[in-house]
Design a protein around this ligand. Structure first.
Ligand code: ADP
Ligand code: MG
Length: 245
């Protein structure tokens, strides 16, 4: 059996009184591609944000690449270097050019020489097919282009794991495909462990090894995409799928 790179063991989290994650158990193998779906408010963002400690869990264990997430800042730092994250709203620095957005982390965090950081940045801008945008500012780009920059920026940090939180849900419909194509390319290349919160079921069918369904803070059901879509077991999953498909 391949080693797991992410392990959530009986993870529980509360926002004040509100029990947002209930006994989450999830083990992700190296190179596995997972799609997470479920109704709004079910805890999907909270769960993936716990994996790089953007949110803190209160009970249970989260182990990423052999390191447990605790209050130890050294561990958090180490894990954030291995985990890239792409958000719904891009989160690019508006006052920096595309190239500067891509080289900031490698220069300041990874201590790479500027020339090397720029070379890597251009490699990934080519990969997301917008090398010609390198010297523009984010505000001069379309939403789809900005999201591709955000993906390239994460890749520049050479992560082992990529987390995506609804990366296409803020985009105009005509821009969804260009972002999904980049994600599909990344998934099909293999090697990268990917967790994607998305309701793009075509993406799930095409590249996911496993689809996870969450509702009210719990993982209710998980299966291969084929089984998940053709034969959902739980009635909450059936209801959800009937609403989105
Ligand atoms: P999802 O991503 O599945 O839509 P979230 O993880 O964003 O769900 O949120 C799960 C629940 O936790 C929602 O009811 C939301 O209102 C609540 N929640 C999210 N963030 C916070 C917060 N910082 N403080 C209090 N409640 C929150
Ligand atoms: Mg969310």
């Amino acid at each position: 059996m391949a080693e797991s790179v992410i392990d959530l063991q009986s993870v529980n989290k509360w926002y004040g009184e509100f029990h947002v994650l209930r006994n989450i158990n999830l083990s992700v193998k190296k190179g596995e591609r997972i799609v997470i779906c479920g109704p709004s408010g079910s805890g999907k963002s909270t769960m993936i944000r716990c994996i790089n400690r953007l949110e803190e869990h209160q009970k249970g264990h989260i182990i990423v690449d052999g390191t447990e997430l605790t209050n130890d800042l050294k561990n958090i730092d180490a894990i954030r270097r291995e985990v890239g994250m792409v958000f719904q709203h891009f989160n690019l620095f508006p006052h920096l050019t595309v190239l500067e957005n891509l080289t900031l982390g490698p220069i300041w965090v990874l201590k790479k020489p500027k020339a090397e950081a720029e070379e890597t940045a251009m490699k990934y801008l080519n990969r997301v097919r917008i090398p010609e945008q390198a010297n523009k500012f984010p505000g001069q780009l379309s939403g789809g282009q900005q999201q591709r920059v955000a993906i390239a920026r994460s890749l520049c940090m050479n992560p082992k794991i990529m987390l995506f939180d609804e990366p296409t849900s803020a985009l105009d419909p005509e821009m969804v495909k260009e972002v999904l194509d980049v994600m599909i390319g990344l998934a099909q290349e293999g090697g990268m462990t990917m967790l994607c919160v998305t309701h793009e079921m075509g993406f799930a069918r095409k590249v996911a090894d496993r689809v996870i369904f969450m509702d009210r803070g719990e993982i209710i059901e998980q299966n291969t995409p084929d089984e998940f879509f053709s034969n959902p077991q739980n009635e909450r999953t059936q209801l959800f799928l009937s609403q989105i498909l």
